[in-house]
Design a binder for this molecule. Structure first.
Ligand code: BGC
Length: 696
């Protein structure tokens, strides 16, 4: 590795001396063209597939895609990353994506992206196979935990900042493009999705990651969309991504089952086959030699990769050493994100935060209380040096003065119940694990249900019956439906899979060292009957326009906990919604402002959410769509004016007949509040009709 970096460094020095610079756009393009001219066809084709190195998970390396050593073009070295860099021991394990989505804090997500980028670069990696930005279309989806949530705008904001953070060090790889939201049939399922739904619901966050985030690469999905596999989908890859959006980076396939045919992939825009050549390699070489694939297609693919290698200085030696892996700074960030992403769903007066000085005995109950539960066993699985469990976090937080009784079973004996009854406070940790949900093939796949297991539900009920000071901490990758136990517990904290510092973060929240500020990025329904169908058996499914809160709003169903909901230990007032203009036209950016005041007695953060409705629209629209949000931290008594910018073109819908985005001439209603179902403030924005408009 070290020897190779030296060769690359020398080669780039030679290049610099010959007067070619990698900074300017056209200089860069000229340099790339010159290099391509010097490559043999074999060298070019070799860059279009992984060489299989690093194929086995747990190998302390990364998947390798060859460069051209003699020309100073470095290889790609890839590792997974939605919750931390996967292939090396000791890398930081952050809370899973959905937990970070629940922070509603793109700035934190930027720092997490940068931390993962630094860690990957420290051992020679240069492409992070993240973020996962597929829609959390249904909470039974096994990989729901990897993505940020169910809403397109929220997914975009979080994904863009993660990409920007990562790309301070290495290349990011938003995945899986597109409509990949089922595990059990992921290799073969064909998703039928109408044009408008595709454009408005399944693609905008990829467009944002590419155009706003500047993502250098994209991973195609396993499934097919409207009859064409995503790894050779002409519309998705060639027409939309590369032509309409003008993406100048490269597309790589998902692993092994992500490619189907040589010509289909090459001619429709797949640049790299991973992790080894199956339809590319010799078959691609033969196809070019026979004239079935023009060499210009190969040149285009190679140009895209080499451009990104130089644009992002992958040819330069890294000055980051492996001390960043699991560093104090990164662990502190993991703890911060876990605290900011945990969502307080219920809190009876006086329940949380707990006053340690008033507690002599605390019972910590449940198998998961002392289980390292960081997420599924799929390709996003990490190898942290340690995991702080909730039990450990509580023990450390309360110190020696408080007796902590740990009951590590999910079934309580008579003796256990007596211990629970005698405690001053009870924390029950329940939820799901990698045995219940995860990536297909490597793990549990899609969830069978949304409820807790019968055993765990009974555990909560038994604890709450024995002691009315019972608090529940939930761990899972998406929504859980509540049971009869909900009214009987005092408080409920959704911690998701909170990462290796999760136990500390949960203790910080339980004892008031941190104030909950997370908000649900996914609706918690009362039951499956409130959601669209989820079919993980058939190989043909249809994705409709509505899912998540937009589906419930349309059906007038009342969820258990709505999208955007989360409590705090303080209270806020939000007043005075106003807009920088009341009439707007295409291209305008309207600033909406509200005054947020912390009316309680502790510091805390609130997320102001802005939803738009379309009264009188000529097409079927959502009851309301999230179009902006901002998180604000306030000391007690403090007030701040929060501004949320909404580009008017974001209100457009996709007019299938015209094949273009269109703004309707409407008086839009704009609502602000603190969840999708708590929107006390309203104003209007009259928009002039215009079509086509650009949403790029
Ligand atoms: C997953 C991808 C992952 C790749 C490499 C595939 O099975 O779907 O998300 O990046 O493997 O680990």
């Amino acid at each position: 590795m070290r020897h190779l970096s030296l060769v690359f460094a020398l080669a780039s020095l030679l290049f610099a001396c010959s007067g070619t610079s990698s900074t300017g756009g056209s200089d860069l393009e000229n340099r790339v063209d010159e290099l391509i001219e010097q490559m043999t066809l074999e060298e070019k084709v070799a860059q279009m597939a992984g060489d299989g190195e690093g194929f086995f998970l747990g190998d302390e390396t990364a998947w390798n895609v060859p460069g051209v050593e003699r020309l100073g073009i470095p290889p790609f070295r890839m590792a997974d990353g939605p919750r931390g860099v996967t292939t090396v021991e000791g890398a930081t394990t952050f809370p899973v994506g959905v937990a970070r989505g629940a922070t509603w804090d793109p700035e934190v997500e930027h720092r997490i992206g940068a931390a993962m980028g630094r860690e990957l670069r420290s051992f020679g990696g240069n492409v992070l196979l993240a973020p996962t930005i597929n829609n959390l279309r249904h909470p039974r989806w096994g990989r729901a935990q990897e993505t940020y949530g169910e809403d397109v705008h929220h997914l975009s904001r979080m994904g863009v900042e993660f990409v920007r953070g990562v790309q301070e060090y290495v290349l990011a790889n938003p995945k899986h493009y597109a409509a990949n939201s089922i595990e059990d049939t992921r290799f073969g399922v064909d998703v039928t999705v109408d044009e408008r739904t595709l454009r408005e619901v399944y693609l905008p966050h990829f467009r944002a990651a590419v155009l706003e985030g500047g993502a250098a690469s994209v991973m195609s999905a396993y499934n097919s969309v409207n009859g064409q596999f995503c790894g050779e989908n002409e519309q998705l890859l060639k027409q939309i991504l590369k032509t309409e959006w003008g993406f100048d980076g490269f597309v790589l396939s998902d692993w092994i089952f992500g490619t189907q045919s040589t010509l289909g992939s090459a001619l429709n825009g797949l640049d790299i086959e991973m992790p080894v050549a199956s339809v590319y390699g010799d078959k691609l070489l033969a196809a070019v030699n026979q004239g079935d694939v023009p060499e210009s297609v190969i040149d285009d693919a190679v140009r895209r990769m080499v451009r990104k290698k130089f644009q992002h200085n992958l040819d330069q030696p890294s000055n980051i050493d492996e001390s960043v892996l699991g560093s104090e700074e990164h662990l502190a960030l993991a703890r911060e994100a876990a605290a900011k992403g945990s969502v307080l769903l219920k809190n009876e007066p006086g329940a949380l935060p707990m006053d340690v000085s008033a507690i002599e005995r605390i019972a910590v109950v449940g198998l998961l209380a002392d289980t390292a539960n960081t997420g599924d066993n799929g390709t996003s699985n990490t190898q942290p040096a340690f995991v702080v469990t909730v039990l450990q976090g509580i023990q450390e937080a309360v110190g020696a003065a408080v007796t902590v009784d740990h009951i590590g079973n999910d079934v309580l004996s008579a003796e256990d119940i007596a211990i629970v009854a005698a405690a001053d406070a009870v924390v029950v940790v329940v939820g799901l694990t990698a045995e219940d949900e995860g990536e297909g093939l490597f793990g549990a796949g899609d969830r069978a249900d949304l409820a807790l297991s019968v055993e765990r539900a009974k555990l909560v009920q038994d604890a709450a019956t024995a002691n009315d000071r019972t608090v529940v901490v939930l761990e899972a990758g998406s929504a859980i439906t509540m049971g009869d136990w909900l009214p009987d517990i005092e408080a409920l904290l959704m911690a998701w899979y909170p990462g290796q510092m999760g136990g500390h973060a949960v203790a910080d929240l339980l004892f008031g060292d941190a104030n909950p500020s997370g908000k649900l990025p996914v609706t918690f329904p009362t039951g499956l009957d409130q959601l669209p169908p989820f079919d993980n058996e058939s190989l043909e499914v249809t994705y409709d326009y509505f899912h998540g809160y937009r589906y419930l709003d349309r059906n007038d169903s009342t969820p258990e906990f709505p999208f955007g909901f989360g409590l705090s230990y303080t209270t806020f007032s939000i007043d005075g919604l106003r807009a920088s203009q009341i009439e707007a036209k295409a291209g305008d950016v309207v600033l909406f402002s509200v005054d947020v005041t912390n009316t309680g007695s502790v510091a805390g953060a609130e997320v102001v959410q802005l939803y738009v409705t379309y009264p009188g629209s000529a097409v079927e629209r959502s009851e309301r769509d999230l179009k902006g949000f901002a998180k604000v931290m306030l000391e007690p008594g403090a007030m701040q004016t929060v501004e949320i910018a909404v580009p008017v073109n974001d209100l457009a819908y996709y007019d299938v007949g015209e094949g273009a985005w269109a703004l309707e001439g409407l008086e839009h209603a704009v609502h602000a509040g603190t969840s999708s179902r708590d929107l006390p403030l309203s104003t209007t924005l009259t928009v002039a009709a215009e079509r086509p408009v650009s949403v790029y």
